[in-house]
Write a protein that binds this ligand. Structure first.
Ligand code: GYE
Length: 334
């Protein structure tokens, strides 16, 4: 018995010594050390204007979070402040820095052939994010974004119900920055629908530059000019829809709901879905800004020797004042 107890004591002593020497590994440290700086994938991100709108801020944040050092990237952001020429020179700058990849959110759809030709010669893959461009498809590896024309169709389909039975629609149209593919697609959808509906009339059309303040000023002048004739505002993003609503309410006009000036918006940022729930925005068409994870996946696919599809669009829906709920809004990621 004494021998048995002695063996147990020695074994216990031995085990406690071994465990004291074992390296301390906590789940939080295993395998999450960022790669060495030299192993990071260097990505140049040419953003049109990082603080252009609520949508754009969410988009920039999504890319920065997805392409973090912890995820194996060294992200370099260039902000063109919506200057199309500067954005092109930002891209050329990335080529000169010999980055591994270039991401572009284009200010303007035109003017890309030369610089993308330079990227191709330098062997740097280019991913278009959000905005499409007018250039040969062999000048970029892939595009990831929303379907702007189809977003417009969702909006005009709702307008068709609002102005059914030949009810007169007198529309004012706040466009995004002219030449941006989001503006081009959403405008084309409205203009096509106006051509198909003889009871729809376009009273006025002007770019509000995606901006709340600019849209408010324009809307105030349209109220002076057209007064109560206006019964529909087609605003190509949430910020401009908000500006139009502010101008209408300051002029004492009823907005949204079943019988106010119908308000169409795009982006579906959470704050503006709240306005949809309040009935101020009638139809808000989603355009998902959270494209960072998709871009990171495309880069990793190319790194792994894969070939992404030339176009990868994201699923989108629309929200309506008479069906949206607080639960839907609370569950939204942005
Ligand atoms: O609708 C607007 C942003 O390109 C989809 O640009 C994007 C548009 C979006 O500033 O708010």
């Amino acid at each position: 018995m004494k021998k048995f107890l002695a063996l147990v004591f020695v074994a216990t002593l031995l085990i406690s010594c071994l465990s004291a020497c074992a390296p301390v590994t906590t789940p939080s440290t295993q395998g999450t050390q960022p790669p060495a700086e030299s192993k990071l994938i260097r990505v140049g991100f040419a953003q049109c204007k990082a603080d252009e709108s609520d949508w754009r801020k969410a988009n920039t944040k999504s890319v920065q979070e997805a392409l973090s050092k912890e995820n194996g990237f060294d992200l370099i952001l260039a902000d063109s402040n919506n200057d199309a020429a500067k954005l092109v020179s930002d891209v050329q700058g990335f080529i000169d820095q010999e980055v591994d990849y270039i991401i572009i959110a284009a200010v303007n759809a035109d003017g890309w052939d030369t610089v993308l030709g330079n990227a191709k010669k330098a062997g740097i893959p280019v991913i278009l994010m959000d905005r499409t461009i007018n250039a040969s498809e062999d000048l970029y590896n892939c595009w990831l974004g929303g379907g702007f024309y189809n977003e417009g169709v969702k909006a005009t389909d709702w307008m068709g119900k609002r102005f059914a039975g030949g009810k007169q629609a007198n529309i004012v149209h706040l466009q995004g920055q002219l030449g941006a593919s989001a503006q081009v697609g959403r405008t084309e959808a409205l203009e096509d629908a106006i051509g198909k509906n003889s009871n729809w009339k376009l009273l006025a059309q002007q770019t509000g530059e995606w901006s709340t303040d600019t849209a408010k000023e324009i809307m105030a002048s349209w109220i002076q000019q057209y007064g109560d004739d206006i019964n529909c505002v087609y605003a190509e993003n949430d910020n401009m829809a908000d500006g139009a609503i502010q101008a209408l309410e300051e002029a004492g006009k009823k907005v949204g709901g079943d019988d106010g000036v119908a308000i169409i918006s795009f982006d579906a940022n959470r704050a503006y879905l709240q306005m949809t729930l309040e009935g101020k925005i009638n139809c808000n068409v989603e355009c998902n800004p959270l494209l960072g994870p998709g871009v990171a996946a495309l880069i990793n696919k190319i790194e792994g020797g894969g070939t992404p599809n030339k176009k990868e669009s994201v699923d989108e829906t629309a929200f309506y004042y008479d069906t949206i709920t607080q639960e839907v809004i609370d569950a939204r990621p942005y």
